[in-house]
Design a protein around this ligand. Structure first.
Ligand SMILES: C[S@@+](CC[C@H](N)C(=O)[O-])C[C@H]1O[C@@H](n2cnc3c(N)ncnc32)[C@H](O)[C@@H]1O
Length: 222
């Protein structure tokens, strides 16, 4: 796995990209990113849930979760980049969902939440830029309550060998332009979650051939 960008670099890159992030991410993923967000929320969030969206960015997934959790639910948007969170807050106000959402800046690898404090945890495309994605996944799992669901979408290696070779060639050039890659690289986190005792309820692969996404939902046994 390629070494991650420094945390301070990531923070700057996302602060600067915030205004165009939605358009840029949708363009490079041919809008398959939106499908991953819907899959995660539909499979992991229930009415009345207290939800954590870790690496919430501009709030695409959090807004879907806030609608599904309903007026008795709550969604905490947690992200390293204040710029991304400001865009998310503006979208929440526009959608009339501010009352169901909270916004907090911080590092996903070390969150200030109590163990087992969320009914559902979601994270879309946010484990990919982390220095240690498996540790990030374990931290998300820690704050999930027993019996709760965790839904994740992240960049993955193409399964076909030729496509993978092609993707590596493109990536070796693109990686030098952080504003383009946003520090995202293919990762694998499900083995770490299985090791921690997670039960896999749903697993799929979506996206474009050069940039596929793994999408899955796990349950923390009661
Ligand atoms: C590719 S964006 C995904 C945003 C959003 N979840 C989505 O579905 O579009 C990655 C997000 O992870 C955030 N991020 C990166 N490293 C982080 C960290 N260590 N802790 C918290 N958030 C982080 C970035 O600021 C950015 O908003």
């Amino acid at each position: 796995m390629r070494k991650a960008l420094e945390r301070s670099t990531l923070q700057k890159v996302y602060d600067r990209t915030a205004g165009r992030y939605d358009r840029q991410h949708a363009f490079f993923t041919l809008s398959s990113d939106a499908r991953g967000r819907r899959m995660v929320v539909e499979h992991a969030v229930d009415e009345g849930d207290k939800v954590l969206d870790a690496g919430a960015g501009t709030g695409g997934t959090a807004l879907l979760a806030a609608r599904l959790a309903g007026k008795h639910g709550k969604v905490v948007c947690y992200d390293l980049s204040q710029g991304m969170l400001e865009v998310a807050e503006a979208k929440a106000r526009e959608a009339g969902l501010s009352g169901r959402m909270e916004f907090m800046a911080g590092d996903m690898l070390k969150m200030p939440f109590l163990t087992g404090s969320f009914d559902a945890v979601v994270s879309t495309y946010s484990l990919c830029p982390l220095y240690d994605p498996a540790e990030g996944a374990r931290e998300l799992y820690r704050v999930l309550r027993p019996g709760g669901l965790m839904g994740v979408a992240h960049s993955a290696e193409p399964r076909n060998m030729l496509v993978r070779l092609c993707a590596h060639m493109v990536e070796s050039v693109a990686w030098h332009i952080p504003a383009l890659t946003l520090g995202c690289r293919p990762v694998s986190v499900l083995p770490a979650l299985k090791e921690a005792g997670a039960e896999v309820l749903f697993e799929d692969s979506i996206g474009v051939p050069l940039w596929p996404f793994d999408v899955f939902v796990v349950k923390k046994p009661s």
